[in-house]
Write a protein that binds this ligand. Structure first.
Ligand code: AGP
Length: 362
C-alpha cells in the first residue's frame, strides 16, 4: 500500500509508526486467528517448535531486545529452554548446541548481515531455522526453513518502533501455539490480551502532550540518562535507552535495577535523569527501593508504573494489561520520550547520523 510509505499529515515517520501500533496489533490478531478465535499458525512451524529441545534466538539491536522478551514467553508458557544471542557475537562464541536446536532469527528488515552470517553457518551444520520478519521476501526469510510475518507494514524511520511491538506480539502467539501443541494448560489467551493491549496503546498514543512535557521536565538539557527496570521491565529499559541514544544522541543506558549498586550508581549525580519502569508486581517493592537509592543521590527519577502498582509521585501511569505483555505498552512512552527529546534537540528524527535502516555489512 503506497500510503503506508508516505508521512501523510505526520511530521516524521517515527511518530506515524508509533501511532500505528494499535492498528498493527489488531492486524496481527486478524492474521493469526482462525474462524473460531483460535490461533492459526503454520503446521510446520508448530512441529518445529514441538520437536526442538532448545531455541536459539539470534538478532541485533531492537530485534534482540524483542528476543529477550520472547525468551520469557517461550520458557514460561511453552516450557522450552531459550538462549538469546546478539548476532555479531554468536560466531566467535558459539555456545555448545543442544541435540535438537531450532534457530529463530528476529529481524524487521530480514537483511541484517550479522544475522545472515549466523544463518549461513547453522545451515551448514544442518540445523532448522525460522525467521520472524516484516519483509517476507527478504534474505533471512528466503534462506530459512520457515517464516513468520510481522504484518507491521513498512517501517521507514531508522528507529524501530512498531516492528518491536509486532515482534513481541508474534512471539507471544508462537509461544502459546507451542504450549497448546504440547497440551500444556494455560489461562492466557494472547489474541484476547493483545486486543486489550491495542486499546491501551491507543490511550497512550493520545497522551503525547503529557510525554512531551515529561521530556521537557527531565531530558531538556541532560547529556546522559539511565533506564532501570527488573524482570520484563529490564528488557524494556534496554530498548528505551537504545531509542533515546540513537535519535537524540543523549548518552543513555538501560540497567537491571539490582545491578545499579554493582557500579552504575557511581554515575548518579545531582539532576541525573533515571527513568524507572514499575509494571511487574513481584518486583515492585525492589524497583521502588532502587528509585529511592538514586533519588537519595540526587537523581531526577521519572517513574512509569502500571495501574494497580502506582504510587504517589509516579510521573506516568500505564493502563493495565496482562503482566506478560507489559513491554508492549511500557515501551510506548519511552518511544515518545525519545521522539520528543530528538525533536527538541533539532535532531534528524527519522535519519539519525551514522545509522542505516538495515545494516547490511558485518
Ligand atoms: C533500532 O531502532 C535500530 N535502528 C536497530 O537496532 C535495528 O533494530 C537493528 O539494526 C536490527 O535490524 P533488523 O531488525 O532489521 O535486523
Amino acid at each position: 500500500d503506497a500510503s503506508d510509505t508516505e508521512k501523510g499529515t505526520y511530521p516524521h515517520f517515527m511518530l506515524k509508526e508509533i501511532d500505528e501500533q494499535p492498528i498493527v496489533m489488531r492486524k496481527i490478531i486478524r492474521e493469526y486467528q482462525n474462524g473460531d478465535n483460535q490461533i492459526k499458525l503454520d503446521k510446520d512451524i508448530r512441529k518445529a517448535m514441538q520437536d526442538t529441545d532448545r531455541v536459539y534466538i539470534i538478532a541485533a539491536g531492537t530485534s534482540y531486545h524483542a528476543g529477550l522478551v520472547g525468551k520469557e514467553f517461550m520458557e514460561k508458557l511453552a516450557n522450552i529452554p531459550v538462549e538469546v544471542h546478539v548476532a555479531s557475537e554468536f560466531s566467535y562464541n558459539m555456545p555448545l548446541l543442544s541435540e535438537k536446536p531450532l534457530f529463530v532469527f528476529i529481524s524487521q528488515s530480514g537483511e541484517t548481515a550479522d544475522s545472515r552470517s549466523v544463518l549461513v553457518k547453522i545451515k551448514e551444520l544442518g540445523h532448522p531455522a525460522l525467521t520472524i520478519t516484516n519483509v517476507p521476501g527478504s534474505t533471512l526469510s528466503r534462506e530459512a526453513d520457515y517464516t513468520l510475518h510481522l504484518h507491521a507494514g513498512p517501517e521507514i524511520a531508522v528507529a524501530s518502533t512498531k516492528a518491536y511491538t509486532a515482534q513481541i506480539a508474534v512471539l507471544a502467539i508462537l509461544a502459546v501455539d507451542t504450549a497448546q501443541a504440547k497440551d500444556l494448560t494455560l489461562d492466557f489467551d494472547p489474541l484476547q490480551e493483545l486486543a486489550l493491549v491495542a486499546n491501551a496503546m491507543e490511550v497512550l498514543t493520545d497522551q503525547k502532550e503529557e510525554v512531551e512535557q515529561l521530556t521537557r521536565d527531565y531530558l531538556a538539557t541532560t547529556r546522559n540518562a539511565f533506564f532501570i527496570g527488573r524482570s520484563a521491565d529490564y528488557h524494556v529499559s534496554l530498548e528505551g535507552a537504545l531509542k533515546l541514544k540513537e535519535i537524540s544522541y543523549i548518552q543513555a543506558e538501560g540497567f537491571a535495577g539490582g545491578e545499579l549498586k554493582h557500579g552504575t550508581i557511581a554515575l548518579i549525580e545531582e539532576g541525573t535523569p533515571v527513568v524507572a519502569l514499575a509494571t511487574q508486581k513481584n518486583v515492585n517493592y525492589s524497583i521502588r527501593g532502587n528509585v529511592q537509592e538514586v533519588v537519595a543521590r540526587g537523581a531526577n527519577a521519572l517513574v512509569i508504573s502500571m495501574k494497580g502498582l502506582e504510587q504517589d509521585g509516579d510521573a506516568f501511569v500505564l493502563p493495565k494489561v496482562h503482566e506478560l505483555l507489559t513491554p508492549l505498552v511500557s515501551v510506548v512512552p519511552l518511544q515518545l520520550l525519545a521522539y520528543y527529546a530528538a525533536l527538541h534537540r533539532d535532531c534528524d528524527v527519522d535519519k539519525p547520523r551514522n545509522l542505516a535502516k538495515s545494516v547490511t555489512v558485518e
